[in-house]
Ligand binder design. Structure first.
Ligand SMILES: *Cc1c(COP(=O)(O)O)cnc(C)c1O
Length: 389
């Protein structure tokens, strides 16, 4: 059997794959089994922050692999302590819990919210509000947090205590909170899987004020938007928010599994010994990779991400077949006249890998994609969107 047949025979059928096998790559170029090259505008879904097989990333990982590739959380290791310190100093948060994925980072946030509320507001205060059209993960609890019914249908009963409200609807928020049983609200500043939909500044200002006044935790899911993706270290920084809890994963370690739940002063002491854990969480190789990624996300570099995002947007906005461009930095969504899937297919045939998100074409290139490649990819995407020919 060839690779496609092996995969189709032995891998659980949860993914609809394109008929392409990716065998290697460098930077923003990947190669398939026939040697055909593609410009990668998806980065493994916002994961390979500095592209494929990046030299600095490889050297950080390699150095740590030779030193110690894993150690249990019974002992101290340098990379995870140093990474936690970096994450805290750059966000003003006070404590970090490391897991291996976005879903685990959100699970931790939810446990923090539940325990904090039980101790400070009463055990009946367990409600966690999330937004309609949100995405927070695939575990049964993060699925319950996810505000998209089609993910829920066949997996009932989900973890109770989650309520979904429409983004922008402050009356709905007030109505839910009337019973004073709300522990936290969890939001994405830009809904990623939901179609690259940014919240309005007006709404986040109001949310921030409301959560403060009512002693409700504001938790921000930066799994997709984080680690430089939007042109700032975390997307909440565009909004002037002060999260009580922040979760991140995807691009954090640039291609190794790592998730983090960051806790502010207010909740820093909620988790105590035995409350939570993870065998692989804080793995030294993943943390060494993340230290390398974070060290490169300087202000100058983030300004370049912002500039590249603006360039990409300008190359696609008002083009034939493209109705609108949403998002920030190098996280953009295209509303196209053709179905998004058809655009992605056409772009792939012409050597560009893109993603979809709901009915949008989603672009998440490596943060260091060279400008000529970005221009070339934009040209091919533009062509794929065009309805003139
Ligand atoms: C991808 C994603 C998750 C889930 O992350 P996994 O690593 O797949 O568990 C959670 N929240 C958001 C916003 C995401 O984009």
């Amino acid at each position: 059997m060839n690779i496609k047949e092996l995969d189709q025979t032995y891998i659980a059928g949860t993914y609809k794959r394109f008929p392409v096998e990716i065998v290697s790559g460098k930077g923003s170029i990947v190669q398939d089994e026939n040697g055909k090259e593609y410009i990668d505008m998806g980065s493994g879904i916002a994961v390979t922050s500095f592209g494929i097989a990046d030299d600095a990333w490889i050297s950080a990982v390699e150095q740590q692999i030779h030193q110690v590739q894993h150690m249990s959380n019974l002992y101290y290791t340098a990379p995870c302590a140093m990474l936690a310190e970096k994450l805290c100093t750059r966000t003003g948060m006070k404590k970090v819990f490391f897991g291996n994925s976005g879903a685990e980072a959100n699970e931790c946030a939810i446990k923090v919210a539940r325990k904090w509320a039980a101790e400070h507001k009463g055990v009946e205060c367990s409600t966690i509000i999330t937004l309609e059209n949100s995405f927070h993960g695939r575990t049964l609890t993060t699925l319950a947090a996810t505000g998209q019914a089609h993910y829920h249908e066949l997996f009932q009963p989900l973890t109770p205590g989650f309520v979904h409200i429409p983004a922008g609807d402050l009356d709905a928020l007030r109505r839910i909170c009337e019973d004073r049983k709300t522990a936290a609200i969890l939001i994405e500043c830009i809904q990623g899987e939901g179609g690259i939909i940014p919240l309005s500044r007006e709404y986040t200002d109001a949310l921030s004020a409301y959560t403060k006044e009512n002693n409700i935790l504001l938790m921000i899911d930066e799994v997709q938007t984080g680690n430089g993706r939007t042109g700032k270290l975390y997307s909440y920084m565009h909004y002037g928010l002060k999260p009580d809890v922040l979760t991140t994963a995807k691009g954090l370690a640039g291609g190794l599994p790592l998730g983090a739940c960051l806790m502010s002063e207010k909740v820093a002491d909620v988790l105590s010994i035995g409350d939570h854990g993870s065998t692989f969480g804080g793995n030294p190789v993943a943390c060494a990779a993340a230290l390398s990624v974070l060290s490169r996300l300087t202000d100058v570099f983030l300004d370049e991400v912002d500039a590249k995002g603006k360039l990409l947007r300008s190359l696609l906005e008002n083009q034939d077949g493209i109705l609108s461009v949403s998002g920030m930095g190098l996280m953009l969504g295209l509303q196209t006249e053709k179905p998004a899937g058809q655009v992605v297919q056409a772009a792939m045939e012409n050597g560009v890998l893109c993603l979809t998100a709901k009915n949008k074409v989603r672009l998440l290139p490596a943060l260091n994609i060279p400008e000529p490649l970005l221009r070339k990819a934009a040209g091919i995407i533009k062509e794929a969107c065009s309805v003139a020919n």
